[in-house]
Design a protein. Structure first.
Length: 291
């Protein structure tokens, strides 16, 4: 029976990142913890980060090269954390366009940067896949159905970057399509000036923004060596280090945060800060127990 076979299978974890670097910033510590426990970890890069607002006038091949470069940076960073290249899936959808894919539905989208209307990378999951809602949803659903993850790390619905919000929507839709019931752990990257202060402060805890403290946050405390590895991995994103180095290192804290039941709409500005720590179940994440 397949049931006894399934019993022996290591728990499967999926990390879904809109851009190369989100996977390490959000979960570079907890990925190491999962691997330490013998869990199977796969990472999905939805885009290769092949867009750049400042360079719109540059030729398409510049952005194709950027996409390839950023993909390689993720491979290198994740290898440092123990994730083999074979366990990294690059979907190759267009950077800064995922909200369009979600909204436009059937029309193929053309990237403003690469000018591609289909996945242009031969090393991607499905080269030539059209830039459509159906295509991205089908890829994610297929991967979920194959992997059967017990836990998925995905963007928080209140993340203010449109690609991040769209990846949340696509992942929720794919989970629904797959009929699976994985635990969803939502991570935040873009939210105003959060995390504050900017820059490397590894002794400081990462706390939820005050306006999002109503969520059900769990935290993973990084071991010393996990934090060191995470910092080394962040340094691999050299294409980003030039101009947002301080910002990237703002995520190198002594813990990582995940919201189990986020609200996707604003609940207004009522803030009850004293409740913050009670809502934050410190060290209680299932990957955290060190029995
Ligand atoms: Zn991102």
């Amino acid at each position: 029976m397949s049931r006894s076979h399934n019993k022996k299978r290591a728990p499967r974890v999926l990390v879904i990142a809109p851009h190369p670097d989100d996977e390490v910033l959000a979960s570079g510590g907890v990925i190491q913890e999962h691997l330490r426990k013998g869990h199977s970890v796969k990472v999905i890069l939805v885009t290769c980060g092949d867009g750049q607002r400042r360079g719109l006038l540059l030729p398409p091949k510049h952005f194709l090269r950027l996409g390839e470069r950023r993909y390689r940076e993720s491979l290198q960073a994740l290898q440092l954390l123990g994730v083999h290249e074979k366990r990294i899936i690059a979907l190759g959808y267009p950077d800064r366009s995922l909200a369009h894919l979600w909204a436009e539905r059937s029309q193929p989208h053309i990237s403003r940067y690469t000018k591609a209307h289909a996945v242009p990378y031969e090393w991607a999951y499905r080269p030539g896949a059209p830039y459509t809602y159906e295509s991205l949803l089908a890829d994610l659903t297929e991967i979920l159905t194959t992997e059967h993850p017990a836990v998925i790390y995905l963007p928080h619905p209140r993340d203010r970057h449109s690609d991040h919000h769209a990846v949340y929507l696509f992942t929720r839709a794919a989970v629904h399509e797959s009929g699976l019931r994985p635990q969803l752990r939502h991570y935040l990257i873009h939210y105003g000036t959060w995390p504050f202060p900017v820059g490397k402060c590894p002794d400081k805890p990462l706390l939820p923004p005050r306006s999002l403290q109503h969520g059900e946050w769990i935290t993973h405390e990084l071991r010393t060596e996990q934090l060191q590895r995470k910092c080394q991995a962040i340094s691999c994103y050299r294409s980003q280090m030039h101009y947002i180095e301080d910002h990237l290192f703002s995520y190198a804290r002594r813990n990582e945060l995940f919201d189990l039941s986020p609200s996707s709409v604003s609940r207004g500005s009522r803030i009850r800060l004293p409740r913050l720590l009670s809502g934050l179940r410190r060290g209680r994440s299932s990957v955290q127990s060190r029995a």
